[in-house]
Design a protein around this ligand. Structure first.
Ligand SMILES: [Cu+2]
Length: 749
């Protein structure tokens, strides 16, 4: 055992992670628990012990009675990887990542958390307002929802008030786990500089965080030795996390060489440095990591551009050049990217727009972005609108705000007073596929110009937007025109709701909304929580932690939607896993309802995404097709719910964890964490979608036979119009009570 990993300091290894000793390799690979790994592991187990010890020092988590292999790391003094170890490590990554899926819940049906009818919660937090929600102890630059209870927050290396006794000594923390229910914070050890990294979730539920910047010491100054914060270079680093509720999980990181300026060792490394890379999940649950630059700066430059992408887990292609990343200099950091139904990527940076086929490596040009720059540091709010059969499963992407300036300076700064420039207020949307000539269409403009506004998908199909500023751009520097160090000023405290399916002219709404008291500028985030509130934190346009304007914010607040204190729908029958096509499933709404309520019911899945820099990497939402059966006798509704589309399903909504909500009369249930797809990396099973039963209302049994023929005729007539407007009353006679048959027979006499 390595004492450094004795996380609780009590030597209790049975509950927490521990190193697997080299001699345990065989036992590890033949253990009964690893059903997901049996296919691939024999190849790995043939790796010689010496090499195994070199590349694979693994940790095991006992989960639900069996261990799950999750962690990799080299010995601290391992030489940097060569081709052989890269090959072996690639194999190992592919082999072992699926094992993480063993920790995912099995696919049994379950009850929603509140067992009966509805929960009145009228004493809850004030709807449409922000309320304090504790303190993260670090400034939230990046944030994602790992489990139903835990949010993971990452910052850059800086002098945060929270410290951690880490692998390489005690230092300020720049990673924490935040408990949604208790607001308790657990510092976590990340030892490379995550300054402006990217991230996403793999198809098996593991999160991965890519890139960052060189090690820094106080004041954000780059350092070549172990500076005050004991951080390593993050430029090429990859950190993986298998989120947990037991507060035992830690980031899986490539081990470090002692020379911090070298490649940080191990094989959790990318092919090159990436500061501000974009990450998107692919249909097989793997990731594509795109662009970035080598050393950071206000914008990119040709000298330090990394105009390539790569895959994770890595494959033999290594770094692949992408001309778009050269054509869009200097405004192409965090290139805006979404997977499309065709399996190709929509990409937008500078004013250029393309569709890129990473399989054939073909680029198709789309029209230029109108009016303004949307990508960082203009930092528009961007989001893919919810998918449904109503829009033919065709994604539409919305861009709001940013900056119309044409002067982008270079990596040292804007070169002029950018804080005096009004942020852009225009919104444009594009549906990249499904028509011959996709165009940007002007959408309703915002209430005000906004840079660094962030969109958060809400379960009712509307989209929250908040954070950001009315003037300037993202970024910071010590320029005479900086406000403090910020390149933005005039913070916007009011959120707004965008209603994507309202008619044009009626999409923006802030009726009844209250402002936040706290500015949320550069390096702030917002994230949907399972209870439909939105977690907001961060704001740190500074080189290092400071209490000067604009101060480095560590506080957390929550925004509560209009329906937050409404009685929430509850139900039985929600599966833990969702497939691409196949049979529909049935949900039973708890409590008594009526046919109109049943007809209003929607089921939606949301990937809440990896949020940073006013973006939600991977954030997307899909509404599943539904029909209903309403039983008038019991006043119970059964909702028949289609699985995700079998056709192009993994392209529409990539495999991996998602929140499932049942929305009744516009009010969402509590969200449940579910798994979409088979929980493993690789091609996802798809099937045709079973046809849903037609919606129907099963009428009340009729009263005993009445001898008045006129009355009988009236009753029979009523019986035949019980179906709701959208229903198809197939087969209802067979379900009707014998009394009804008697009535009908009497009416015919
Ligand atoms: Cu940044």
């Amino acid at each position: 055992m390595d004492a450094r990993r004795d996380l609780d300091g009590k030597g209790k290894l049975s509950k927490g992670p521990r190193w697997i000793q080299g001699g345990e390799k065989d036992a590890l690979f033949t253990s009964r628990g690893y059903s997901h790994t049996h296919v691939i592991l024999p190849a790995l187990s043939s790796i010689p012990d010496a090499l195994f010890n070199c590349i694979h020092k693994s940790q095991a988590y006992p989960v639900a009675g069996f261990a799950t292999v999750t962690l990799f790391s080299s010995f601290p003094n391992t030489p940097t990887h060569d081709g052989y170890t890269m090959l072996a490590s690639t194999l190992a990554l592919w082999a072992l990542l699926p094992a993480l899926a063993a920790a995912m819940p099995n696919s049994e049906k379950r009850q929603s958390p509140v067992p009966d009818t509805v929960t009145a919660n009228n004493a809850g937090p004030k709807a449409n307002s922000f309320q304090p929600a504790g303190d993260a102890g670090i400034s939230a630059q990046m944030m994602f929802l790992g489990t139903k209870n835990k949010v993971y927050i990452l910052d850059k290396t800086e002098n945060n008030p929270t410290t951690i006794d880490g692998l390489y000594g005690t230092h300020p923390a720049w990673a924490v786990e935040y408990d949604i229910n208790t607001q308790k914070v657990r510092p976590m050890d990340v030892y490379s500089n995550t300054f402006c990294a990217g991230g996403a979730v793999l198809g098996n539920g593991t999160w991965a965080v890519f890139g960052g910047n060189q090690p820094v010491t106080t004041d954000g100054v780059a350092t070549k030795d172990m500076g005050a914060y004991k951080d390593m270079t993050g430029g090429t680093a990859i950190r993986m996390l298998n989120p947990c509720d037991d507060e035992k999980c830690e980031y899986i990181q490539g081990a470090q060489t002692l020379d911090i300026n070298q490649d940080t060792g191990g094989y959790l490394q990318m092919t090159g440095k990436r500061w501000y890379p974009t990450v998107e999940t692919l249909p097989d649950g793997s990731l594509i990591v795109i662009g970035g630059d080598k050393n950071g700066g206000y914008v990119n430059t040709a000298v330090q551009d990394n105009p390539t992408y790569e895959f994770f887990p890595p494959n033999s292609q290594g770094a692949v050049n992408l001309q778009f990343l050269s054509d869009t200099l200097p405004v192409n950091l965090y290139p805006l990217t979404w997977l499309l139904p065709s399996g190709k990527l929509f990409m937008q940076a500078a004013r250029k727009t393309i569709i890129y086929d990473y399989k054939s490596k073909k680029t198709t040009d789309l029209p230029d972005m109108p009016i303004a720059t949307r990508v960082y540091p203009a930092s528009a709010a961007t989001v893919m609108l919810p998918l449904s059969s109503a829009n033919g499963w065709q994604p539409t992407i919305l861009f709001c705000g940013g900056s119309a300036t044409e002067k982008w300076g270079d990596d040292t700064g804007p070169g002029y007073n950018v804080t005096a420039v009004q942020a852009d207020n225009s919104c444009y949307r594009i549906t990249p596929e499904g028509s011959a000539n996709p165009i940007y269409e002007q959408d309703d403009w915002m209430f005000e110009g906004r840079t660094m506004g962030e969109f958060v998908l809400m379960p009712d199909g509307n989209i929250w937007m908040g954070n950001g500023a009315a003037m300037g751009t993202a970024g910071y520097g010590d320029d005479g025109y900086s406000v403090g160090q910020s390149y933005a000023q005039d913070p916007l405290y009011m959120p707004a709701i965008y209603r994507p399916f309202n008619s044009p002219g009626q999409r923006w709404d802030r009726t009844g909304l209250e402002a936040s008291l706290n500015e949320r500028l550069y390096h702030s985030v917002a994230l949907l929580l399972p209870d439909s509130s939105i977690l907001v934190s961060g704001s740190n346009p500074n080189k290092d932690f400071t209490n000067q304007q604009w101060r480095s914010r560590t506080d957390v607040e929550r925004w509560y939607p209009s329906y937050y204190n409404e009685p929430r729908p509850t139900f039985a029958g929600l599966p833990d896993t969702f497939s691409y096509g196949g049979d529909y499933f049935n949900l039973t709404l708890n409590g008594t309802v009526d046919a109109a309520t049943a007809n209003s019911t929607r089921v939606t899945l949301i990937r809440s995404g990896f949020h940073t820099h006013a973006m939600g990497f991977g954030q997307r939402q899909i509404f599943l097709d539904t029909s209903f059966t309403f039983d008038e006798a019991t006043q119970k509704a059964t909702i028949h719910v289609s699985q995700l589309p079998g056709t192009n399903g993994p392209n529409l909504f990539q495999p991996g964890p998602a929140l499932a909500f049942v929305v009744v009369d516009g009010v969402p249930s509590q969200g449940e964490m579910v798994m979409v797809g088979n929980g493993q990396l690789g091609e996802q099973p798809t099937a045709a979608n079973a046809e849903l039963p037609g919606s129907q209302t099963v009428p009340l049994p009729q009263p005993p036979v009445n001898n008045d023929p006129e009355s009988d005729k009236a009753n029979a007539g009523k019986t035949n119009v019980k179906s709701s407007a959208s229903s198809v009353s197939t087969g209802f006679v067979s379900l009707a009570a014998p009394g009804l048959v008697a009535v009908l027979a009497a009416a015919l006499l």
